[in-house]
Design a protein around this ligand. Sequence first.
Ligand code: NAD
Length: 263
Amino acid sequence: MDLGIKGKTALVTASSKGIGKAVADGLAAEGCRVAICARGKDELMATAAELKRKYNTDAFWCVCDLNKAKDIENVIEGVQKSFGPIEILINNCGGPAPGFFLDLNEDDWSFAYDQVLMSAIRTTKLVIPSMLKNEWGRVINITSVAVKQPVENLLLSNTFRAGLTGFSKSLSNEVSKYNITINNVAPGYTLTHRLYELAVTRARISGKSHEEMLAEMAKLIPANRLGMPEEIAAAVLFFSSKQASYITGQTLLVDGGNYKGIM
Ligand code: NAD
């Protein structure tokens, strides 16, 4: 299917590996001009080189700590200078630290607030004006199954992703009449570095191995396996497409059936 986004400028944040990288790859495959950012220069350069090799495209890349407002401003300015206005924005971030309530201190809460909620709000605020001017845009936030079903030991994620979902719905009410859609893709357990780290933490608590923890996670999922980053990217690509023009303010779970509710 032609998604109708060839030649559009897309920024994917936190995209040197995992889900963000899979999304950048999918957008490049669709012929978008792709911009990527993360904190590590070497991994970013490797990802850009991979996109060049696979799709003969020159991705814009920029080192950025999404917890820092100034870094976000730099990225947006850099993309706009190189590629013009951002038409598709994918707000992804590093996963917040695990922890039960009494493990978490003030600094943990402030850090996760900047990391999960404010990073997406800051990028969106800088990108929406040109989307309004051009009367077209797609904003997709990567959240988590936690917005429907809180995940044990992930209080920071459970809290701030719910906030981001509220923000998305509110913003969609304001901008949808300008052909700008705002949606969320909520992954379940997906095989990336983030999940590996989570399995290691849980292994430490339970005294089991991280391989056992990953197998236990898979067993809880009706699909009986962990998700792959490309499967999350597929949903993001659909929300980015011209075909998804009348879908806004929504969250789509991509979790192999992990969420156990009916709606
Ligand atoms: P990952 O650890 O594989 O990749 C995270 C990416 O974020 C990397 O490119 C890393 O360099 C970048 N990053 C981290 N902190 C950053 C910062 N401060 N500034 C800029 N870049 C930063 O993670 P993933 O599994 O791809 O997860 C992506 C998002 O999806 C996370 O927010 C995660 O919590 C969420 N999520 C993941 C899963 C899962 O099972 N993997 C499930 C639900 C939600």
